[in-house]
Design a protein around this ligand. Structure first.
Ligand SMILES: [Zn+2]
Ligand SMILES: [Zn+2]
Ligand SMILES: [Zn+2]
Ligand SMILES: [Zn+2]
Length: 480
């Protein structure tokens, strides 16, 4: 721990503890928006591989892969990734090769992550792998497990998973109970590794990054560059401030966010947004994001249940929406939503038609800033992009932007990415001036959240340059 403190203080950081939150990461210098606060390679990581989709164990790339010829479980993109993983994989490869084919197929990413965790600990304790202040098992040991808060069913599941890990490792003096507790640790500490567009690629354990606590109104953001976890400031962080990131999807009412945090991370959030729960502006925000729309199409007031429970009353114009009418619309929606989730992703036309019916009903039912409606439109946008219907996709992308601006304020990567999609579509459709505007907005946000060095960001900045050049060319040829 002393080593870690010395190492962190060189980066302008320190670990402190509070009775309410346990450990927390504090700044001991000012950080400005876009500045990297801390970065860390994973202690262990695994790609989200499935029977149909595989990624390289080292860099998570999915092209030109070759299977390890010994265990037939792990994939590599080439000899560089294979070599750098060999010390650890040699142990793992032996263990995996012993397994029957059927068992091999049942290896989930969590099981593999746990197996790798034990192997790395062993290799480091035997000094076959080096340790550093930020890279050692003591840091994993210090992570919270919340094991006493876990329900019986989950405990049984962890015990079963621990038995499987034990069966794979076959080490004589292993503590199966400790493996089960470590599964609980992974559940609340492991991070989903995403690409630049925030699509999930795999899972990793970053014991120093895990010290950073959650806020629904964070001052920092966590993104990944391949497997490297990078935390950047999204606002000015003065010296002596706690560094905070968001663990969850922050679009949602306070109740929804609190529920998500309790279920997955087993704590009650007391961030500046959450402590307002039950106050008028918090009730208003919940009713806008997750409540019903006014009976009058021209009114954007929010609705609250009226006192005699007959219906919902608009807080702006006073019109009442009948409870029965809302119930009827909701019951029409339910089977459609089920059908949409069931619909095969290859039947684009069928899926679009179901989602558009849902959209129509949700527009009648929910407030225009409804998150449910936003999700439906995101689904339609995704299908339209697959169908290469750029014109319709742009319409849907634009429909989501006002809601994104509301639910992802400030420098939020998701808002930046949505502007990026908008800009790419406008560019494809020849709407160059609009493309420049959207790509500029995207770059303004994503340079803060993602930095400027990754391939992803270089592509965006290059596209923006291209669009600017074309726009000025178009303008000058118009002038002639
Ligand atoms: Zn690779
Ligand atoms: Zn192998
Ligand atoms: Zn909160
Ligand atoms: Zn109204």
């Amino acid at each position: 721990m002393e080593d870690l403190q010395a190492d962190l203080s060189a980066s302008g950081l320190t670990v402190s503890t509070t009775p309410e939150k346990g450990r927390c990461l504090l700044s001991i210098k000012d950080f400005s928006p876009g500045e990297v606060i801390i970065s860390q390679e994973p202690y262990v990581s695994v790609p989200n591989n499935s029977a149909v989709h595989s990624r390289c164990e080292g860099c998570f790339r999915s092209s030109n892969l070759k299977k390890c010829s010994a265990c037939h479980v792990v994939w590599y993109c080439g000899s560089t990734c294979q070599k750098s993983d060999w010390k650890l994989h040699r142990l793992e490869c032996n263990a995996l090769s012993r397994l029957e084919k059927e068992r091999q197929k049942s290896l989930t990413p969590s099981i593999r992550l746990m197996v790798k965790l034990y192997m790395r600990r062993k290799l480091q304790s035997e000094k076959i792998m080096p340790t550093t202040a930020r890279d050692n098992y003591n840091l994993v040991e210090a992570l919270v497990s919340h094991i006493t808060d876990i329900d019986e069913k989950q405990l049984v599941l962890y015990a079963q998973m621990a038995n499987l890990v034990n069966l794979i490792l076959q080490w004589p003096d292993i503590n199966v109970k400790e493996i089960a507790e470590n599964f609980s640790k992974l559940a609340c500490n492991a991070h989903t590794i995403c690409d630049g567009e925030l699509r999930p690629l795999g899972t990793g354990l970053y014991p120093v990054i895990s010290i950073i606590n959650h806020s629904c109104l964070p001052n920092s953001v966590l993104v990944f560059e391949e497997r490297l976890a990078v935390v950047r400031a999204v606002q000015h962080i003065p010296k002596g401030t706690e560094v905070l990131i968001s663990y969850i999807e922050t679009a949602g009412s306070t109740i929804t966010r609190q529920k998500a945090l309790k279920e997955q991370y087993l704590f009650t959030c007391t961030c500046p947004r959450c402590i307002r729960m039950g106050q008028y502006d918090d009730i208003e925000e919940s009713a806008i994001l997750e409540g019903y729309r006014c009976k009058d199409d021209g009114c954007d007031g929010f609705l609250l249940r009226d006192s005699d429970d007959e219906g919902f009353i608009c807080q702006q114009c006073g019109l009442v929406r009948n409870k029965e009418e809302i119930k009827r619309l909701a019951s029409e929606l339910k089977p459609l939503s089920d059908k949409a989730t069931m619909s095969s992703s290859s039947h684009y036309l069928e899926a679009t038609s179901i989602y558009k019916t849902i959209e129509k009903l949700q527009t009648k039912l929910f407030h225009p800033f409804s998150i449910n409606l936003m999700r439906t439109r995101e689904a339609i946008l995704k299908i339209l992009m697959e169908m290469k219907d750029w014109r319709a996709a742009l319409t849907y992308c634009k429909l989501t932007i006002p809601v994104y601006q509301r639910v992802y304020p400030g420098f939020h990567p998701l808002l930046g990415l949505q502007y990026y999609t908008c800009g790419k579509l406008e560019w494809l459709l020849g709407e160059t001036e609009d493309a420049v505007k959207s790509l500029t907005k995207a770059a303004d946000i994503l340079q803060i959240t993602h930095g400027t060095n990754t391939t992803f960001m270089k592509e965006l900045l290059f596209k923006l340059e291209e669009a600017r050049a074309e726009a000025s060319h178009k303008r000058s040829s118009k002038d002639e």
